[in-house]
Design a protein around this ligand. Structure first.
Ligand SMILES: Cc1cc2nc3c(=O)[nH]c(=O)nc-3n(C[C@H](O)[C@H](O)[C@H](O)COP(=O)(O)OP(=O)(O)OC[C@H]3O[C@@H](n4cnc5c(N)ncnc54)[C@H](O)[C@@H]3O)c2cc1C
Length: 396
């Protein structure tokens, strides 16, 4: 078990040298040679067109579980900036690690990485593994997956958490497949019991909650929905930081970024990151009527969301849906317009600091979870609110 170059098959093309993230392969006498830096990440294998690399890793129960310790988090950055989900996951990792008596490790990549050390330590990270290379400022699976797999293989954390964002949902399965371990996607709850990670998530279209464990493999890996756990700072830790020694020439020949087209308006945050979310439901009646919510959102610098009824009707994209089978949000202000407030919607928005509900039915369940309720026709109330805010904020 391990990795070996079949000298008789190696033609000396050096493709594996370029593919290794950790500078572990060099050329000697026209043949590739694997050095001690090899983490067994396997990145070289798929780049060898001559089947000259023999590779086998221990799997499942063959792995010594006692050598895997620590709770690690893949900390996502976008355009060099740390995402809030990273702080939520590091905070939860801290709590889990304290129960296990283990350390919290963070992985962060991109030019802004060194600026994240203080805040990651403040939320509980003991150790940060990083690269500040700008090639990681834009996400590319082929660049990151072998790097993350290699770090995991080298340091052996018992648990690895990824955010269930587009990036995390793309990266985590690649890493899990390359490590031949399982992955629980889109968790809304995490706990430890008898040393195992209990990974909770909605199943069967949200009709039941399932608790999932991975007793046979290490690490135990999960993606976790943003906004489910609170970011808890104030710990003031000074994490040990380790820069990953990367192969300068490493390239993923299969994918190249030609152009990045951003579909959201410049300056408008997604619903998971926004401080103010204004949502519409069945009471909006059609897609065009969402214009009144867009106008209020523009005044308040907020973002428009939706209930499942509005999404199922095709009035809003699926990415706007809040609730059990949509996104979980925790804005400072949530304004629900024409939304009844069924339990499946509530589970996605009850982390909001202040909830305002506008509904013409005084018995709508949304009023039970609202801090402020306005009983009335949203098509009168929302434009009136918009006008009042514009005056207040000096825009009208
Ligand atoms: C397994 C499962 C998962 C689900 N997941 C989700 C989920 O992730 N997110 C989600 O939202 N739902 C989800 N649902 C659906 C959920 O049960 C409700 O059906 C849905 O949330 C209702 O959406 P709504 O309140 O916008 O629409 P409706 O039920 O149509 O309610 C419309 C509301 O608007 C009010 N109204 C109408 N006209 C006006 C007006 N002019 N002014 C003011 N108020 C007005 C009405 O009084 C009513 O309260 C799920 C259901 C199941 C079974």
């Amino acid at each position: 078990m391990g990795i070996e170059i079949m000298r008789e098959k190696c033609v000396g093309c050096a493709a594996c040298v370029k593919a290794c993230p950790f500078n572990a392969i060099s050329m000697k006498d026209g043949k590739a040679v694997i050095g001690p830096e090899c983490t067994l990440c396997g990145a070289c294998v798929k780049h060898c067109r001559f089947d000259a690399i023999e590779f086998e890793r221990p799997r499942g129960k063959e792995v010594d579980h006692s050598s895997y310790r620590g709770v690690w988090v893949y900390c996502e950055t976008r355009r060099g900036k740390l995402m809030h989900s990273a702080l939520e996951l590091v905070s939860r990792a801290r709590e889990l690690a304290d129960e296990l008596g283990e350390e919290v490790g963070a992985m962060v990549f991109g030019s802004g990485a060194p600026e994240t050390f203080t805040v990651l330590g403040d939320h509980g990270a003991d150790v940060v593994h990083f690269s500040s290379e700008s090639r990681f400022d834009e996400y590319l699976t082929g660049n990151l997956a072998p790097l993350v797999s290699g770090l995991i293989l080298k340091h052996r954390p018992g648990i690895v958490l990824f955010p269930a964002t587009h990036t995390g949902r793309d990266l985590a399965p690649r890493v899990a497949a390359s490590l031949a371990v399982g992955l629980t996607a889109d968790c809304t709850g995490l706990a430890v019991q008898d040393g195992l990670l209990i990974q909770s998530r909605p199943a069967f279209g949200g009709n039941i909650m399932a608790d999932i464990v991975s007793p046979d493999v290490r690490p135990q890996m999960a993606t976790v929905r943003p906004n489910v756990f609170k970011a808890r700072g104030g710990l003031g830790k000074k994490p040990d930081t380790f820069e990953v020694n990367l192969n300068e020439g490493m390239i993923d020949a299969t994918v190249r970024i030609i152009e990045i087209v951003r579909t959201s308006k410049e300056g408008v945050k997604g619903i998971e990151e926004a401080d103010i979310v204004i949502s519409g439901g069945g009471g909006m009646k059609n897609a065009e009527n969402f214009r009144v919510l867009e106008e209020l959102a523009a005044t308040l610098n907020g973002t428009v969301g939706a209930s499942r009824v509005a999404v199922d009707a095709g009035w809003r994209p699926r990415s706007d849906q809040i609730g059990q089978t949509g996104k979980t949000i925790s804005p400072k202000l949530y304004i629900a317009c024409g939304i009844s407030g069924k339990i499946q919607h509530q589970v996605g928005m009850r982390g909001s600091e202040v909830v305002v509900a506008i509904n013409k039915d005084p018995s709508a369940p949304i009023f039970k979870v609202a801090d402020y309720g306005i009983v009335g026709d949203l098509f009168q109330v929302v434009p009136a609110l918009n006008e009042a805010f514009r005056e207040l904020l000096g825009g009208g």
